[in-house]
Structure formats: C-alpha cells, structure tokens
Design a protein around this ligand. Structure first.
Ligand code: ADP
Ligand code: MG
Length: 604
C-alpha cells in the first residue's frame, strides 16, 4: 500500500484515512488492524509529541499535557468558544498576527500551538500511516463555515498535504454507499459521533449530490452517553463529579465508555472501578440515552422541514459515526424514517471511504460527478443605515455567484467601504461581521453615478470571495474572507429561528431605515429645487411644500414607518410642480440658443 492520494476523515474523536486501489476503496490500518487514530495529542518534557492511541493512554496519567477535541477550535475566535472553554482543560489565548488577524493559541505546558498546527499533527500521523501520500481530500461537517474550512485546509498544508478538496462529511458518506449511482433520490445522513451530531438531507439528481439542509447539535454524541453512565455511577459511589479530580474523572469515563460499547453487542455489562462493581443492562442504558436520541430526532425533523421534504420522501438513510452502532439508535432511526437505515459499511469508516472515492474521482478515477453543497447562512453587505442586503441566500447551492449593483451616496465620493455580513436578520447589527474591504480610487462623480458591481463567489469548498468593480472607471478590489467566525449548527438554527421570530419587527425597522434614507435624499433635492426655482412657485404652493417638508422631518424623528411613508409620499406629490419647474429650467439651460422647434423635438 502506497497511495499517492488519500481521503481523510479528520474527526473530533477519531481520524482515519482511506484510498482507492483498482477501483476498490480500502481504509488504512496499522499492524494491529486498527484504522482509527484517536484525535489526541500529548506533549512531553523531552520535547517529543505523541499522537493517537499512545497520546490517549497518556491522558490518564498526564491530563495537563494531553489535548482532545481540537476540531472544535478550528477557525473559531475566543468569543465563539465560551461553551468549549469550560470543557478544555488548557489555557486558550488570542494573539494578534503581524497583519492584524487574530489567532487562537492553546497553551500546553510552556508551549503554544494554533488549532491548525494541532490538527496538522493529527493529519501528519494519519498521513504517515498511509505511507506519506502528498495529496488528500479532507472532510468537514456540512455546517462548517468559511473560516473553519479554511483552517482545515491550512492544517492540511502544514501537514505537507496538497488539499485537493474539502468535502462535506454527509456527502462523503452517501458517496461511500455508491448512492450517486442512483439516478434520482433523497438521502438522509444521520451522523452520531463522539461529541457531535448532525443530520443532513441530500438530493441526488442524475448522479449529482446536493446538500439540501443540515441540522444538528455540536454537543450531542457518544460522550453524553458516557456521561450519563458516569453520573449514575458517581451518585451511587457517593463521589462529586464537580470536584476537580482529573484522574478519577478519566477512569470513570474510560469505564463508562467500555460499558457502553459492550452493551452494543451484549445484553449486560459490568462497570468496575476500584472495589466498586455494578451491572448495567441494555434496557437501563437505553433509558439513560433516550432523551438524547429524542433530541437528535428532533434535529432530523428540522432538517426535513428546511429541505421541505416529508419523511416518506426519503429513499435512503445512511448511518455514520461510532455511536450509530448502538442497536437502540438504529431502532429509533429506523422507526423515525420508516425504513431500515444503511449499516452495511463500518460507520467509523464511511466518511473516509467517501473521501477516498472523491479523491479518486478528482485524480482521474472513472466516475464523473460534481459534489454540491449549500451556503448555511445568507451572505450580504451592509447598505445605508445599517441594512443587511443579502447577496447570496441561505441554502443556495455552491459554487454560488451573485452580483449586485451599488452606487455612492455622496457627491464626489472616491471610496466605498464594503462590510460583509452573514445572517438571516434584516439589520447588520443582528448579523455576524465576516470582514470588510475598501474600493478606493473612484473618480469624482455625483452621488448615484458610479456603478459598483459587487460579486460574491462561494466556491465548491465553501470559501467566500467578494470583489467590487466600478464600471465607469474600471477600478476594482477584492477580498477572500477568512475572518469568518465559526458557527455551530445550533447557532445557525438559533439565528434562523431568531430571524423568524423577529421577522415582522425587523422588516418594519428595515422599511423605516429605507424610507428614512429616501426622505433624506428627497429633502436634499427639495431644498436644492427650492433654492433654484422656488421663486416661480405661488405662495400657496410654497406653503404646501414647506408643510410637507416639516411633516417629513417630524416623521423622520418619530418611529412610525406608516407615518413616515405617508409624509414622504405627500412630499413627492406636492413637489411635483417644483420638479417640473426645475426640469424645464434645466432643459432650457441645456438647450439655450436652440429654436423652439428644436426644443420641442428634444422634449419628445
Ligand atoms: P467523531 O466523528 O466525532 O470523531 P466517531 O464517529 O468516531 O466520532 O464516534 C466515536 C464515538 O463512537 C465514541 O463516543 C465511541 O465511544 C462511540 N462508539 C464506538 N464504537 C461503539 C460501539 N460499538 N457502541 C457504542 N458506541 C461506540
Ligand atoms: Mg465523524
């Protein structure tokens, strides 16, 4: 075995590689036949670093120098990590780089490492086991945003890999089952791993996959089942889990996991720690995890709703993740979808196998297909008054491209600052800032004259590039967003739910801002017209215009959008004669010296 290209499943708890040889996929195993590399790293005083099972074994004796769950830190900022910080027993700091970007650093002993470097250590180990291939396809959860994907790509690069593509885990799983061979259909992928859960709905159309929706919980998985057992045992033993005793915690956790795994094939299992012994039955275990499974199925319901599908429209259910070995999980998922889920392939290996198939396709394998995914949250720009102008809508298939034309709001404006946001709400203050850039060097023109085309491009890896071009001058600028803040699928859910809950209020607020912007522009034009041709108005007309003007100003200071709209409409009506006068004078000026006949012709 010496493949030049591999597929890698870089998991929160375990990672592994697979490859395709002569059209047949296989996972990479060590001498003992193990494919799974625990995603654990341990650091030693002599400077050596252990990765995998050896590191995991060290966790018990040296928790301070061992790190788990690095995947949760990828592409995130300190502000994103409030939940994670409690669970990671290491100091995490944020440092500013030379170019002003912020990077996370995990302190382990007296050393600091970025999450990318730590993930690279895991990737390097996986790569070494596969005989040091140079190219790889790496998988990420479907809900990973731009910066989390970028961080994964960077980790691959640091590990010496040419990352051919970042592929969504559910897409890889469906590919491993060869579901692309079906002409059309709908697939649900149920991925219950160690720490995370997600359910994705894919469509297959002419062998082409598309992620229609994804939903899940970044804190739901096998760890919770271990925890449920630990809590029960701790209560029975009379120990307080809240007390900081890493050693005892780790032993309890190890025993709990052993019992859990044993119960997947046996009807009962023994929990042994010191002198303490306790028998767990399968029924007891099922009762403990039932609430968690209910929660997971609730997420599946949400995913179906987002994909606008009924359970009965799903043709295949694919099981992914070590925790789907639990018979009770299989039973509940089967009941939920009303069909037997696919469990023929090893649930720990399907993602890596799918990644290998994709790698094979990309490097000239026989199968041809595109893998399509979706943008998890809408992407847009801030416009006048803090309004979120969505350029690419949520759940749009990637690669996605959309262009919107903007202009300047002030005369002679030579630069535009473009603020990029992600979110579902109407105002940018309720969305997440992804980054900004400036389009400078616009030649002086009156407000509204420059034509700035802003293009959003999300590539097949989910990376966002925003570019802007002023059409009259050809001036352009662009940015690839990597400052994106990580969002868990829960947060995505929450944001979407918020946008629904606030839909009415947000819409009203947005309308108010838009009328406010219009009112401001109209007032400016009215004042200009009054100054130029106001003398030609009758005093009655002048009074009406002034009253309308005052009403608009009062409404702008108020908060009732209907009142503002009425005031703006009225101002528009009463200034019509003024506008006509202005037009005539402009036309007269422009055509000065021409004959009446010519003027009339020009008017037509
Ligand atoms: P991830 O993708 O999050 O890295 P995995 O999909 O590899 O995680 O799943 C790891 C989880 O699966 C762990 O919680 C582990 O205890 C659990 N697991 C593995 N085998 C079994 C089994 N036979 N029965 C129950 N749980 C299992
Ligand atoms: Mg996984």
């Amino acid at each position: 075995m010496n493949p030049s290209v591999v597929g890698i499943d870089l998991g929160t708890t375990f990672s592994l590689a697979a490859y395709v040889k002569d059209g047949h996929p296989a996972v990479v195993r060590d001498e003992g036949g193990n494919a799974l590399v625990p995603s654990v790293i341990s650091f030693h005083d002599d400077g050596s670093v252990l990765v995998g099972s050896a590191a995991r074994d060290r966790a018990l004796s040296d928790p301070d120098h061992t790190i788990f769950s690095v995947k949760r830190l990828m592409g995130r900022t300190l502000a994103d990590l409030q939940k994670e910080l409690k669970l990671i027993p290491h100091q995490i700091v944020e440092r500013e780089t030379g170019d002003g970007r912020k990077v996370l650093q995990v302190r382990i002993g007296d050393r600091e490492h970025t999450p990318e470097e730590l993930s690279a250590m895991i990737l390097r180990e996986v790569r070494k086991r596969a005989g040091n291939p140079t190219k790889a396809v790496i998988t990420v959860p479907a809900y990973f945003d731009d910066s989390q994907r970028q961080a994964t790509r960077d980790a691959g690069r640091i590990a010496g890999l040419d990352v051919l593509r970042i592929v969504n885990e559910p897409t890889a799983a469906a590919l491993a089952y060869g579901l692309d061979q079906k002409k059309t259909g709908m697939v649900a992928v149920f991925d219950l791993g160690g720490g995370t859960f997600d359910c994705s709905i894919l469509s297959i159309d002419d062998g082409v996959f598309k992620v229609l929706s994804t939903n899940g919980d970044t804190y739901l998985g096998g760890d919770d089942f271990d925890h449920a057992i630990m809590e029960l045992v701790a209560a029975e033993m009379g120990v307080d889990l809240g007390q900081r005793n890493p050693q005892l915690l780790q032993e309890l956790r190890d025993q709990a996991e052993k019992v859990k795994i044993a119960l997947s094939s046996a009807e009962s299992a023994e929990f042994v720690i010191g002198n303490f012994r306790r028998t767990f039955t399968r029924a007891e275990f099922e009762a403990l995890i039932a609430p968690h499974i209910d929660r997971a199925l609730e997420k599946c319901r949400n995913a179906l709703r987002d994909a606008e599908l009924k359970k009965t429209q799903i043709n295949d259910v694919v099981m992914v993740g070590g925790s789907t070995r639990i018979p009770y999980v299989r039973k509940r998922v089967g009941e939920f979808f009303g069909r037997t889920p696919h469990t023929e392939l090893n649930p720990d290996e399907v993602v890596a196998i799918g990644a290998a198939v994709q790698a094979d396709i990309l490097t000239g394998g026989r199968r041809h297909m595109l893998l399509l995914d979706v943008v998890p949250l809408s992407l847009g720009l801030e416009t006048l008054g803090g309004v979120m102008d969505k350029v690419i809508q949520r759940n749009t298939t990637v690669p996605a491209r959309a262009t919107t034309r903007y202009s300047t709001s002030a005369d002679g404006q030579s630069a535009i600052l473009l603020n990029i946001y992600q979110g579902e709400r109407e105002l940018v203050k309720d969305c997440k800032a992804l980054g900004q850039f400036k389009l400078a060097g616009i030649p002086p023109m009156p407000a509204g004259f420059p034509q700035v085309d802003v293009t959003f491009l999300v590539n097949e890896n989910g990376m966002l590039t925003v570019s802007a071009k002023e059409q009259r001058s050809g001036q352009q600028a662009s940015v690839t967003v990597q400052a994106a803040h990580g969002l868990s699928s829960d947060e995505v859910d929450q944001l979407v739910m918020d946008s629904v809950a606030h839909a009415h209020a947000d819409f009203t607020a947005r309308r108010f801002i838009e009328f406010h912007n219009k009112a401001k522009a109209d007032l400016k034009h009215t004042d200009k017209a009054l100054a130029e041709t106001g003398d030609s108005l009758t005093s009655e007309q002048r009074q009406t215009v002034n009253e309308a003007r005052e009403a608009v100003i009062a409404a702008m200071n108020g908060n009732d959008v209907e009142v503002l709209q009425d005031a703006v409409t009225t101002l528009g009506k009463v200034t019509t004669p003024l506008a006509e006068l202005l037009m005539n004078s402009v036309v007269k000026k422009a055509l000065a010296g021409k004959t009446e006949a010519e003027v009339n012709e020009q008017k037509i």
